[in-house]
Design a binder for this molecule. Structure first.
Ligand code: ATP
Length: 381
């Protein structure tokens, strides 16, 4: 079946190491998202799977067979690209059917039947006689998907397939692609730089940076248990807050913040001179100052000033600063519920629960301690 194995796969372009020593196992029927910033090597990784680039070293297997030098036509894969790559002079029917014409063993009637089936699955049945120029971007994307699906391949490889769509359509197509992938049960590798797509679509996510694999795991695993500061910062929107500082006698400290470690943090952080303190915006609790007189601030509380509020209706994103922190290196962003209004310039008390704290090694970025999950509430319906 469609298992894909990358064993120490490396690709160099002259001096540039685009992909370095990547070992990754994509299971049969899995939806794996390859994500990372521009230039991190995700397209090159996908193109090696497709046979459009030859690895410099390492091994690639699809369905247990060695693929390094096999031409794309003999890999039983189908690719979908950002630019759709439809033939403008052909109708939708001909474009979709084209996906089948390279396959041996179909009669003309069988091909027509398959095209009709796929068109039904994608709700493009009424567009079959139009040319791509007469379709919207979303419709063109469906046709490109149709051309991939019609061949019934072992593996789908998708490179930013939704990047050209507007936000609303992108959200719709995300759901549709997930539905299709589950229905067709085909191993899928999906490249994107968009962490929302990665979080919402992937069974697992592989994060790349500088050609190197940073972490592979289920979306919530990466969100709550990032292997390092890069993953913690890349996954999650608005992004995790980071404060640089040092190990003090009883916890974390810098010029503006002193945060004593509880027993768990004390035990897991260990020794390190430089530390990075991390906390997700939804774990930064903001209260009006008059609810807590200053003299009674607890060990995990800070007085801060609101600098910006972004209203989203269902929630607010509140930016906070410490008095005198002109460079704003210790600013925090908090997500508060939409009914919880604070004003710019207001002085507030910020509480950070020690269970929600992440600590990273300031020199290597490696996670020393991730947030505690045992306290997460179970959703009962
Ligand atoms: P993006 O999201 O911008 O497409 P990416 O993560 O897909 O980026 P790649 O396209 O895989 O990144 O490129 C990884 C690195 O390899 C980059 O530094 C890029 O400049 C380099 N690179 C890619 N293709 C080639 C090539 N054909 N020749 C030389 N360098 C290349």
């Amino acid at each position: 079946m469609g298992r894909i194995q990358l064993d120490q796969l490396t690709k160099r372009f002259g001096e540039t190491v685009a992909v370095e020593d990547v070992t990754l196992d994509v299971e049969d029927s899995e939806f794996l998202v390859l994500v990372g910033p521009s230039g991190c090597g995700k397209s090159t990784t996908l193109r090696m799977m497709a046979g459009l680039e030859t690895p410099t070293s390492g091994d690639l297997y699809i369905a247990g067979e060695h693929m390094n030098y096999r031409v794309p036509q003999n890999r039983d894969i189908a690719m979908v690209f950002q630019d759709y790559a439809l033939y403008p002079h052909m109708t939708v029917r001909e474009n979709v059917r084209f996906g089948l014409e390279e396959e041996a063993g179909y009669t003309a009637d069988e091909m027509d039947e398959r095209v009709e089936d796929v068109a039904d699955t994608l709700s493009i049945g009424d567009l079959l006689d139009r040319k791509p120029g007469e379709l919207s971007g979303g419709q063109q994307q469906r046709v490109a998907l149709g051309r991939a699906i019609v061949r019934d391949p072992e593996v789908f490889l998708m490179d930013e397939p939704l990047a050209n769509l507007d936000a609303k359509l992108r959200a719709e197509m995300r759901t549709e692609l997930q539905r299709l992938q589950a229905e067709l049960d085909v191993t899928t590798v999906y490249v994107t730089h968009n962490q929302t797509e990665a979080m919402t679509m992937g069974d697992r996510i592989a994060v790349l940076d500088g050609g190197q694999l940073q972490q592979v795991g289920a979306p919530l695993e990466l969100y709550h248990e990032p292997a390092n500061q890069f993953v913690a910062g890349f996954i999650g929107e608005p992004m995790m807050n980071f404060l640089r500082g040092r190990r003090s006698e009883d916890g974390f400290a810098n010029e503006y913040v002193e945060y004593p470690f509880d027993e768990r943090l004390e035990r897991t952080v260990g020794d390190a001179d430089e530390l990075v303190f991390g906390v997700r915006p939804e774990a930064v609790d903001v209260r009006r100052v008059d609810e807590t007189p200053e003299e009674r601030l607890g060990p995990y509380e800070f007085r801060m000033t609101v600098t910006v509020t972004e209203t989203h209706g269902n929630q607010n994103i509140v930016s906070l600063t410490h008095a005198d922190d002109a460079a704003d290196h210790n600013a925090l962003r908090a997500v508060t519920d939409g009914m919880h209004i604070v004003d710019v310039g207001e002085s507030v008390v910020v509480t950070i629960d020690p269970d929600a704290v992440h600590i990273f090694d300031g020199a290597t970025g490696e996670a020393r301690c991730n947030r505690r999950l045992e306290t997460a509430r179970e959703l009962t319906i």
